[in-house]
Design a protein around this ligand. Structure first.
Ligand code: SF4
Length: 238
């Protein structure tokens, strides 16, 4: 087992992001929205659901409830048929109405840009709050979904399973201004190439930088040990 220095890992992480950017400059969020509220609603609906499916249901939902007041006055059971195909539809309908009410009560009907305030809204977890922050220009965030977590582990950038700990590791490797973009690039790479079941390492733009930890066949180099960055050596927070 070879130990990788923190400095070397930071350099490697930056190279990974640079190569993914060069390969996928068009990478962007797949959800379709035209306002902060539509973004927030779409992100809530996307929990355990595909972005494609969310994009199929939101046009009718946004036409019926065009603003935060309309959504706050709705009855959850009125929303249910419109979002049924997204899964967990009863919970999501309840959360969306409660979320709109909370926006009116606490934020003057606006979507906040602070992650902490977003996470306090019904149905909005850390990952969702981070995604909203990235796209609204709010708090710098490196949200970790299933793709980002899987790639961080395979690339040897984190050994953690808990998304918040993976995020902490990733934030320590890249400067804050790159967190949002790196999130998006890893999501795309995870969907297109480094899929959960069959990563296409032979076609991967970052293969030479990847120890392929946890991937079945042997990688191009001996796996590096993944250690947490010591607490006294954090990268500056934004
Ligand atoms: S080399 Fe394989 S495991 Fe590593 S990032 Fe690329 S596809 Fe994923």
């Amino acid at each position: 087992m070879r130990k990788e220095t923190v400095r070397r890992r930071r350099t490697r992480a930056a190279e990974v992001v640079g190569r993914l950017e060069a390969q996928m400059p068009e990478a962007k969020i797949a959800l379709r929205f035209q306002s902060p509220l539509e973004l927030l609603v779409s992100v809530v609906l996307s929990a355990q659901c595909t972005d494609l499916r969310v994009n199929q249901v939101t046009p009718a939902l946004f036409a019926r409830y065009p603003d935060v007041r309309a959504l706050a006055q709705a009855k959850p059971e009125e929303l249910e048929p419109l979002i049924r195909s997204c899964g967990l539809f009863r919970n999501k309908a309840r959360n969306l109405v409660a979320l709109a009410q909370a926006l009116l009560e606490r934020h003057g009907g606006e979507v906040p840009k602070r992650r902490e305030e977003l996470e306090a809204l019904p149905g909005v977890g850390p990952k969702s709050a981070g995604v909203v922050c990235i796209h609204l220009g709010g708090d710098r965030s490196f949200p970790v979904d299933t793709h980002v977590g899987r790639l961080a582990r395979r690339l040897g950038l984190s050994a953690e399973q808990d998304p918040s700990q993976v995020e902490e590791d990733l934030r320590g490797l890249l400067p804050p201004e790159r967190w949002g973009r790196a999130h998006q690039l890893l999501v795309w790479h995870g969907r297109r190439t480094c899929t959960a079941r069959a990563p296409r390492c032979e076609a991967c733009a970052v293969r030479k930088l990847c120890p392929r930890l946890g991937v079945g066949s042997p990688g191009p180099r001996p796996p590096a040990r993944v250690e947490r960055i010591p607490a006294d050596r954090p990268r500056a927070r934004p």
